[in-house]
Design a protein around this ligand. Structure first.
Ligand SMILES: [Zn+2]
Length: 144
């Protein structure tokens, strides 16, 4: 084994050399364009988002892009009353953890939803961000 093979050892930095892994920039470019593309491990088929070099399931380093169908359901949510920076004027607004049909979960903002209508199990669909110029773009969901 040599340095850079992804194996941790005392005194040596861990540096994975992944093949086919998405960059975070590429992931957000997809979000901005209205596409959810994550990455799939070529060894064990596990999905990963956000993009990463090493598979958390099998430690493999080879990936392929995996487009999601955009549908999922709310598994957790909260309402933001004290918003950061650029979002101050938009509070209160809901954010939710959504388990996608394919099994991975994403944190996103709920739109077109009354605050008291959001519940665990609510079926939702990914939607292009309302502000495509935001960097990074806000992952957005609406009820379906
Ligand atoms: Zn794997």
């Amino acid at each position: 084994m040599s340095a850079g093979d992804g194996v941790a050892r005392a005194g040596a930095p861990v540096r994975a050399t992944a093949a086919g892994a998405l960059t975070l920039a590429a992931f957000f470019d997809g979000v901005r364009a209205g596409r959810l593309v994550v990455q799939r491990c070529l060894t064990c088929r596990a999905l990963a988002v956000p993009p990463k070099a090493v598979c958390q399931e099998c430690e493999a380093l080879t990936w392929e892009p995996a487009p999601l169908d955009g549908e999922g359901e709310v598994t957790s949510f909260t309402v933001i009353h004290v918003a950061p920076g650029r979002l101050v004027g938009e509070a209160p607004y809901p954010i939710a953890v959504v388990r996608m049909t394919e099994g991975v979960s994403l944190l996103g903002r709920m739109v077109d939803t009354a605050l008291d209508a959001i519940r665990v199990g609510l079926p939702v669909r990914f939607a292009p961000p309302t502000d495509p110029t935001a960097d990074p773009p806000v992952i957005t969901f609406r009820p379906r």
